[in-house]
Design a protein around this ligand. Structure first.
Ligand SMILES: Nc1ncnc2c1ncn2[C@@H]1O[C@H](COP(=O)(O)OP(=O)(O)OP(=O)(O)O)[C@@H](O)[C@H]1O
Ligand SMILES: [Mg+2]
Length: 595
């Protein structure tokens, strides 16, 4: 119960802070509207009593009072609606922002790797929809409470025994709450299943997976998997539904018995002359009203209860996100020009939830102004090294130093602003070409010149000409944008990365991955040119990952990773002469080309 009151108070306080005027007017209209309900019952009692003693004038007057109060009840409720619906709308928008903030509040990416965090974000997303109903229900619930209090006083004055009626009427609420709770916990239990179902659904409608699904003919298999999960979900939810319906029914039944009992009791009082006919009418009317009030209260309570659990989850998510974001330092990254370089000092890293170490005791020096190639087999840790270096994940152990500045003590976003990265799993941002590229450097997001220059640096001018205009939509995420090939998307990603013109670290993770030979050559030239610029302007380091040895040999420094460890470092000639892992890889590839 505490949770519900806490959630309701939190929501109402938020609504109050967001728009006091609507809050006050909404409540100001709701309260008299709600009090009009028992007032109608009283006016009817007076009317009937006047009729019984044959006082037509008095009867007419009470009839008129009943009519006016009834009118107030209908009108005020309606106008109040308008205000608190708008209030709910405003609160809803704020809650969505809160959710976005909570989901992205952490400085690090590791929360995104944690599926249970994803589950909770999903649940809260659904909760936020329902919190709107919580606001819409919360205000009338307060008015309803006042209404019930007045009704109880009227009944108590008539006969204290009749106070049992509201008490019995509480039973459906208590049972209903229990029923809601049952459904809630079933929903929480099935969260991993619903996440997987959604994943299957996305998999089957995503054009990229659809081609493989068709080719391999595994649609039926995937549908079957999804159907199995749906069946599990439905079994759990159905069982919870049945139990909650039974509970609700028991509550309603208890009230029905109380209702019949109280009407018979007043009837007896009237027969003994201890109550008037009007009193019988009063009790019948009030008991009927209590029934509808309790049913309405039950519905409202359901909404409020569900949204209160949502509030709890939203706040937990926010706290967790804040706690885990701890670790990022507070000092802004202030190095303007790199003179020393980047040092990895005994760095190790393991992904959250994984017992394998992706980087182990990495000791590495990348001198300022150099162009470094990272080489290694699949899973060696190359992409991970880039992600740790760009500050997406904090190292599990050890330090990363940029010109002597420890990244752990640095405000991570200010360091990230000095990096430019084309990730291996780069984003395909379905926006206009202008924005898809421009978001790489927000100050220039709307500058056509900056985007055109970045496209030029990425050797993507031909693509720009083909699309025609930077204002054209790309991708088929929405609207009728031009769909791009894998290589073209990569060019867009590259252009986005080089929107920042003075990065201290330029990382390119397999930039040649989707490109044809000519395109790779062009990107390679582009990257060499950009690397030289970066080195000359700010002493930046360029780090690139590729499996093509023809590109690797151009680097000033080659670093070979194996199983998360640095196993070799040196220039191409040095490493070939050393006859180790690199020499082996190099000879393997050159043989493949010459044979
Ligand atoms: N988000 C993640 N969560 C858990 N483990 C991960 C995650 N990303 C990568 N790994 C694991 O970390 C190790 C290193 O992966 P990484 O992506 O750095 O390899 P890589 O050298 O870039 O390989 P590739 O050449 O295939 O791109 C692998 O064992 C991989 O399974
Ligand atoms: Mg990789």
């Amino acid at each position: 119960m505490n949770n519900t009151w806490f959630g309701l108070r939190w929501l109402l306080r938020l609504a109050w802070r967001l728009d006091r005027r609507r809050f006050v007017i909404g409540m100001g209209l709701l309260l008299p509207g709600a009090l009009a309900t028992p007032a109608v019952a009283l006016a009817l009692k007076k009317l009937v009593d006047a009729v019984v003693v044959d006082a037509p004038g008095e009867a007419a007057a009470w009839g008129a009072v009943a009519a006016v109060v009834l009118l107030c009840e209908l009108m005020l409720g309606h106008f109040a609606h308008l205000y608190y619906f708008e209030l709910a709308e405003i609160t809803d928008q704020r809650l969505h922002r809160e959710l976005l903030r909570a989901a992205n509040g952490s400085d690090w990416l590791e929360l995104g790797d944690d599926p249970s965090f994803g589950d909770r974000v999903d649940l809260v997303r659904q909760d936020v929809q329902r919190m709107r109903a919580g606001i819409i229900g919360g205000l009338p619930m307060a008015a309803l409470a006042a209404q019930l209090a007045v009704t109880a006083v009227v009944l108590g004055v008539l006969s204290p025994l009749l106070l049992l009626l509201p008490v019995v009427a509480v039973l459906p609420v208590v049972f209903g709450r229990r029923a809601e709770h049952l459904l809630e916990s079933a929903r929480e239990r099935t969260a991993p299943v619903t996440r997987t179902i959604r994943h299957y659904r996305r998999l089957m409608v995503d054009p990229r997976s659809q081609q493989e699904i068709r080719l391999m003919g595994n649609a039926r298999y995937l549908l079957g998997k999804q159907a199995e999960l749906l069946a599990t979900y439905q079994r759990t939810m159905n069982a919870a539904q049945w139990r909650s319906t039974a509970l609700r029914l028991a509550g309603q039944l208890a009230f029905a018995l109380g209702y019949v009992g109280s009407v018979l009791y007043v009837y007896q009082l009237a027969r003994r002359g201890e109550a008037t006919v009007g009193d019988v009418i009063l009790v019948v009317t009030l008991a009927t009203q209590i029934a509808t009030q309790m049913a309405a209260g039950l519905d409202l309570f359901g909404d409020v209860y569900a949204s209160a659990s949502g509030v709890r989850r939203l706040l937990q998510l926010r706290d967790e996100s804040r706690q885990r974001s701890g670790g990022s330092g507070a000092t802004p990254f202030a190095v303007e020009r790199m003179t020393d370089g980047i040092r990895f000092d005994n760095v190790s890293f393991a992904y959250a939830g994984s017992d394998r170490t992706a980087l182990r005791d990495v000791d590495l020096y990348l001198p300022a102004g150099t162009c470094v190639a990272l080489v290694g087999e699949n899973g060696a840790g190359k992409s991970t090294l880039i992600k740790v270096l760009t500050g997406l994940y904090p190292p599990t152990a050890g330090r990363v130093l940029v010109d002597g500045v420890d990244l752990a003590a640095t405000e991570v976003t200010s360091w990230r602003r000095r990096t430019a990265t084309l990730f291996q799993d780069f984003a395909r941002i379905d926006l206009t070409l202008q924005h898809s590229v421009g978001v790489g450097h927000l100050p220039d997001v709307d500058s056509r010149e900056a985007v055109t220059a970045a496209m030029h640096r990425a050797r993507a001018t031909a693509l720009l000409e083909r699309i025609g205009d930077t204002g054209a939509l790309i991708g088929s995420g929405y609207g009728d944008g031009t769909e791009l090939s894998g290589g073209q998307w990569q060019r867009v990603g590259f252009a986005r990365a080089v929107m920042r013109t003075e990065p201290m670290l330029l990382s390119l993770d397999e930039p040649g991955h989707s490109l044809d030979a000519l395109a790779e050559q062009q990107v390679c030239d582009a990257y060499q040119a950009t690397a030289r610029e970066v080195a000359a302007r700010v002493g930046g380091v360029t780090l690139f990952v590729t499996h093509r040895m023809s590109t690797v040999r151009l680097a000033d420094l080659i670093v070979v990773l194996d199983g998360g460890r640095v196993v070799e470092r040196g220039t191409h000639d040095e490493l070939v002469a050393a006859g180790g892992r690199y020499a082996e890889l190099f000879h393997l590839q050159s043989r493949a080309y010459t044979e």
